[in-house]
Design a protein around this ligand. Structure first.
Ligand SMILES: [Zn+2]
Length: 308
């Protein structure tokens, strides 16, 4: 277990960003080994009564799922390195106090959860080690196929409209939001032109499906696009979109994700619901570690036998 002392110095950590559940710091300490790592910590409402530690339990379940399910299915080449190390409340309290000085006011009602006993370091994808000019793109590709479950009624809109587009239409009706133009079916399509069209749609209506970062700082996709054209001395205002579509067409990750989505969602939620109705619900429980292992092993063995 790594006990690099600088990992426990608050001077080694710089506030990077946060969401509703987690807060992220980047490592700026003296160890070269960790120069490209970030620290992701769960947050909680201070003073809220907690007899157990739900954040820690959730983090532990997520870690297990990552190691047992995501890694073997997706392949390590697509995943971040994760290192768990023990941590105490004193360090977390100090880091919390320091972070409060720079965190946005709208987020300060939640603090770092100081009850956790393990903290996780992951590779920083927003800034390459020791260099400036790192450009990163985050895409949430969503669901890449239409269900073909034979028991769906033939008039079901699910057979001809993708899940994401239907959700967008619903949100537009319920909240008056402008629907995204992005359709995941195009992004997951094998036709490179369709992929390019999907990337264009993401730039037209990024919502939270597309985010761009320049040296770790979030940049509007339109501005990012201009910056990339400038960097390459190109007059082509869509250079970034073309580069992204080309990378996605050459790499196999979207095909892999689509195959996994199809294989693990054979029955659609409607089919699963019908099955649930026939089962004894008291006998249903969350899968344990051993069951996950066996499920993934048998799935991968099946793929091997079928020559995938
Ligand atoms: Zn769609």
């Amino acid at each position: 277990m790594d006990m690099e002392p600088s990992l426990y110095s608050i001077d080694s950590w710089q506030y990077l960003q946060e969401g509703n559940e987690n807060i992220v710091f980047s490592y700026i300490g003296s160890s070269l080994k960790y120069r490209n790592f970030v620290l992701r910590l769960p947050k909680c409402i201070p003073g809220a009564p907690s007899r157990e530690n739900p954040a820690e339990a959730k983090a532990s379940r997520q870690k297990l799922f990552y190691e047992l399910v995501v890694c073997p299915l997706l392949g390590k080449q697509y995943l971040q390195e994760k290192i768990s190390i023990p941590v105490g409340s004193e360090f977390l309290s100090k880091l919390n106090s320091e972070a409060l000085k720079v965190r946005p006011a709208t987020r300060r009602h939640k603090h770092i959860d100081t009850n956790i006993q393990q903290m996780t370091l992951t590779t920083n994808l927003l800034r390459m080690s020791g260099s400036s000019g790192t450009f990163s793109v985050e895409i949430k590709p969503k669901w890449g196929f239409l269900p073909t479950w034979k028991h769906l009624p033939p008039e079901s809109p699910k057979l001809s409209n993708c899940r994401f587009c239907m959700h967008q239409k619903l949100k537009a009706i319920e909240d008056g939001k402008v629907p995204s133009r992005f359709c995941p079916l195009l992004l997951f399509a094998s036709d490179p032109l369709k992929k390019y069209r999907a990337v264009q749609q993401l730039f037209e209506t990024p919502q939270n499906n597309l985010r761009c970062f320049l040296d770790g700082i979030e940049t509007d996709p339109g501005t990012a696009s201009q910056e990339v054209s400038k960097e390459f001395d190109s007059q082509d205002e869509f250079l970034l979109q073309k580069m992204l579509a080309s990378v996605l067409a050459q790499d196999g990750v979207l095909n892999r994700i689509k195959a996994l989505q199809q294989d693990f969602d054979l029955y659609d939620v409607e089919g699963i619901y019908k099955m649930l109705e026939t089962m004894d619900k008291s006998a249903i429980s969350e899968a344990n570690e051993q069951q996950w292992k066996e499920l993934i092993q048998s799935y991968l063995k099946g793929l091997l036998l079928s020559g995938y």
